[in-house]
Design a protein around this ligand. Structure first.
Ligand code: SF4
Length: 191
C-alpha cells in the first residue's frame, strides 16, 4: 500500500471529514461499515460525515477521505467519481465492485443493447409496446462495467465483498492515527 501523510496529526486535533458513496454497488459495503456497531460512537468522535448515503448532504465539500463503493456502470457514476476525486485528499476503492468491477462486471461479456431489449421489451409479462427507458433524466449505461481505478487515481484498496467490519475499523483507525493502513492476513479477503 502507498505511504500517506498523517491525515489526523495529533498536534492538530480536528475531525476528519469523510465522504462516502455507492456507485454501481449494492450498499453492502456501507452496511458492513455500519457493522462496526458500537465502535461507531467512538468513530464519530474523530470523524464527521460529508456527502454520504448516511447524511442529507447533496454536494461534496473538501474532504480528507472518500470511500467509494461500487464500480462504474453509467455516466452519472463517472461524474460522481470525478467529483469525489477532486474533493478528497485520499480516495479509497472499497469492496470488490470498486476494485475490479465485482459481480456487476459479469455483464461485460454480454451485448448492452441486447440486454436492455431482453429486460425491458421481451421479458415474459411485459406490456405490448414496452420500450427501453429513454428519459433524459436517466443516466446512460456504459457499454462495460469498470473498476474506479480505470478513471481516477486511487490511493487505497480495501478488498472484500464486502470488507468486514473489523477490516473497516482497522483501516480507519490506522488512517486516523496517521499510520499506513495494514490489514494483515486475517482481514484480507476477496469474497
Ligand atoms: S463489493 Fe460486494 S458488498 Fe460491496 S457493493 Fe459490491 S457486491 Fe455489494
Amino acid at each position: 500500500m502507498n505511504s500517506l501523510k498523517p491525515l489526523y496529526p495529533t498536534h492538530q486535533p480536528r475531525k476528519l471529514k469523510v465522504a462516502t458513496v455507492s456507485l454501481a454497488g449494492c450498499f453492502g459495503c456501507h452496511m458492513s461499515f455500519l457493522d462496526i456497531d458500537e465502535r461507531l460512537l467512538e468513530l464519530i468522535e474523530h470523524i464527521e460525515f460529508d456527502r454520504s448515503p448516511l447524511t442529507d448532504i447533496k454536494q461534496i465539500g473538501h474532504c480528507d477521505l472518500g470511500l467509494i463503493e461500487g464500480g462504474l456502470c453509467n455516466s452519472e457514476n463517472v461524474v460522481v467519481l470525478k467529483e469525489f476525486r477532486a474533493h478528497c485528499k485520499t480516495l479509497v476503492a472499497v469492496g470488490a465492485c470498486a476494485i475490479n468491477g465485482g459481480l456487476p462486471a459479469q455483464r461485460n461479456h454480454l451485448d448492452l443493447a441486447q440486454m436492455l431489449h431482453d429486460v425491458y421489451q421481451s421479458r415474459p409479462g411485459m406490456t405490448v409496446g414496452s420500450v427501453i427507458p429513454n428519459d433524459p433524466e436517466l443516466p446512460l449505461p456504459l457499454n462495460k462495467v469498470h473498476p474506479i481505478h480505470e478513471v481516477v487515481h486511487v490511493d487505497y484498496f480495501l478488498p472484500g465483498c464486502p470488507p468486514s467490519a473489523d477490516a473497516f475499523w482497522q483501516f480507519l483507525t490506522d488512517l486516523m492515527a496517521g499510520r499506513t493502513p495494514h490489514l494483515g492476513h486475517g482481514l484480507m479477503h476477496y469474497d
